[in-house]
Ligand binder design. Structure first.
Ligand code: AMP
Length: 581
């Protein structure tokens, strides 16, 4: 298959911001593809060669890519450097220069998908002292045979800038359109949620149709999208919603970990599907020792503790998120794991079983220890008992409680009222926390001149797959954080407003939605300039946060699609309005 066909589809996707149109472009394309190329194309749509949880990364530094572009186009490196300072994106530069080089490319041959995959794999696997040279060679080799659009997307893939706006939900819509009907969409989505592998779902559909996808099961080694909780502001509301009775658990302030145990092999995944095994080797070993089954998938929260075993706040567990010096970190920063769910035991998929049954299996399967425990849980049926349980949780330095429906299945990848969180913040008026994604920055004035002084923050709109703004954030940053901002954000600079961002405010710099920060605010109000839930409460108005303040917590455990959604902001606005009546 020619890579130009795929680049052409990427180009068409990038030039529309309508999710319906994207779905139809992709669906028509997918329908015509063989299973193998389809699988790879689905990964490429998201700038990858493998599913999200695959550890290897293409990640070529911009400078290296620029050198390849210089080599292929014959333009000097200094000229290219100048262009890069202006444009920011090596993909755009490659495209422009290859356009002008067209005549000269006499010896090139049409670029096939197979060759692109082969060279990208070589880039990914290049090791050793001359790995940079090798990567440059494989990339130049591809650029040599590329047309302008092909070059643009190859450079974006290798530099991690591939954001054509085709999020997982759009791809799932397109797959349903190509291989099934609208009615099959939930089953296709479930298959994705329990495997976290869009390519595998696409291939299974192309080979065996929707029936084959319905038979896909949870397997050890394929992380499962985590189940998430909604929030409510009071105990009576929570119990009402739960039908008068539910399980309540302490809500621990740590890092969520999904452990996959397979005989002697244990892998730990974060909720963003990163491999955390090397960050918590002690927990991995203890889980293996304490698990009586050969295979299991469990979830729990890893929490930092002091020498006496008392729980410490979240910041302390982040010492374990570093890349080097882990032996010392294990020694200096002890952690405990509080298990709260079990999704598989041996070959039994438990995700469709009720919570009560999953909890019993968890208890049966593990010999507990100081290091590996169960979450504290009680069955609660009155608001008074709920409040008592909540105070107990705060007394143990937990964030609050999680209420869970006893009869509910494990709804992978879904946020709903089957789990409801209730935190300490909620008691204090609306000093609630919001996980928001950075989409732009404004240069500062005075002391902050020349640096980013404020950020444009957005929520995710599940319906459109776009990001809509909720506030300009300029408070809560200390000097060190401000100084670090360029390093954290500049690799996501976008030439103009990314077409997945709906905004009316114009920041000085735009970013591809990537970095998630935790923010507190005093109130949600109608806003003429912010675009979250626009036109829903009132014509021509969106929702915005008043007095937003950064809490100091970068949510690097959350991806942009996991930040707060426009719907959540809307329901919080409604909750707040009810409170005022
Ligand atoms: P939030 O990040 O505020 O949306 O809260 C959800 C997170 O709370 C989960 O992803 C877990 O990391 C964490 N958590 C702490 N304790 C529990 C528990 N008992 N059950 C489920 N999640 C928990």
């Amino acid at each position: 298959m020619l890579y130009s066909e795929i680049a052409d589809v990427f180009d068409r996707l990038e030039s529309t911001s309508s999710r319906l149109e994207m779905t139809s472009i992709l669906s028509d394309f997918f329908k015509r593809m063989e299973p193998g190329p389809l699988k790879s194309t689905v990964y490429l749509c998201q700038g990858k060669l493998h599913p999200d949880h695959y550890a290897a990364e293409l990640g070529m530094a911009d400078k290296l890519v620029l050198r390849s572009i210089a080599f292929v186009s014959g333009v000097t490196e200094s000229k290219i450097d100048e262009l890069w300072k202006k444009e920011g994106d090596p993909g755009t530069i490659a495209e422009a220069l290859i356009k002008t080089r067209k005549q000269a490319a006499l010896f090139s041959e049409p670029l096939t998908l197979e060759k692109v995959l082969k060279n990208l794999t070589l880039i990914e696997n290049a090791e050793g002292r001359d790995s940079q040279d090798k990567k440059m060679k494989y990339l130049s080799n591809l650029l040599m045979d590329s047309g302008p659009a092909e070059a643009r997307y190859i450079c974006r893939i290798v530099t991690g800038r591939m954001r054509i706006g085709a999020g997982s939900m759009t791809i799932l819509d397109a797959l349903a359109g190509a291989f099934g009907t609208k009615e099959d969409r939930p089953d296709i989505e479930r298959a994705f949620n329990i495997t976290c592998d869009l390519g595998l779902v696409a291939e299974t559909l192309a080979v065996g149709g929707v029936d084959a996808v319905r038979k896909m099961k949870v397997t050890v080694g394929n992380p499962i999208k985590v189940m998430l909780a909604e929030r409510l502001p009071s105990m009576p509301l929570i119990l009402d919603r739960m039908g008068g009775r539910c399980a309540m658990e302490f809500k621990y302030d740590g890092i969520r970990v999904q452990a996959h145990i397979d005989n002697n092999n244990v892998k730990l995944y974060s909720r963003r599907l990163e491999d955390l095994t090397s960050n918590f080797p002690d927990i991995a070993a203890e889980l293996r020792k304490r698990c009586k089954a050969e295979k299991a998938i469990i979830e729990g929260e890893c929490v930092a503790v002091d020498r006496e075993g008392n729980m410490l706040p979240f910041q302390n567990v982040t010492h374990r998120r570093k890349k080097h010096g882990m032996d010392k970190a294990v020694e200096d920063h002890p952690v405990k794991m509080f298990m709260f769910d079990m999704l598989l035991v041996n070959d039994e998929d438990l995700t469709l079983c009720p919570l009560e049954q999953r909890r019993s299996k968890l208890i049966e399967t593990f010999d507990l220890s100081e290091k590996v425990q169960l979450t504290t849980m009680e069955i609660i049926s009155t608001p008074g008992d709920g409040e008592k349980f909540f105070s107990g949780a705060l007394g143990k330095k937990c964030e609050g409680i999680m209420a869970k429906s006893l009869s509910s299945e494990y709804k992978a990848g879904s946020r709903g009222f089957l789990w409801i969180k209730y935190k300490k913040d909620y008691e204090e008026a609306l000093t609630d926390s919001f996980d928001l994604v950075v989409v732009g920055a404004f240069y500062g004035r005075g002391k902050r001149a020349g640096k980013y002084g404020a950020l444009l923050m957005a929520v995710f709109d599940e319906e459109t797959g776009h990001y809509s703004t909720v506030c300009k954030l300029g408070t809560g940053f200390d000097d060190a954080f401000l100084a670090d901002l360029p390093e954290m954000l500049d690799r996501y600079i976008s030439e103009g407003r990314p077409h997945t961002v709906d905004a009316e405010m114009m920041p000085d710099v735009w970013f591809l939605p990537t970095v998630v920060l935790e923010v507190v605010a005093a109130e949600i109000s109608l806003s003429p300039i912010h675009t979250a839930a626009k036109n829903i409460v009132k014509e021509d108005a969106g929702l915005g946060l008043r007095f937003p303040r950064f809490t100091g917590r970068v949510r690097d455990d959350k991806g942009p699609e996991e930040c707060m959604t426009a719907n959540e902001v809307l329901s919080m606005y409604e909750m707040q309005a009810q409170g005022k009546e």
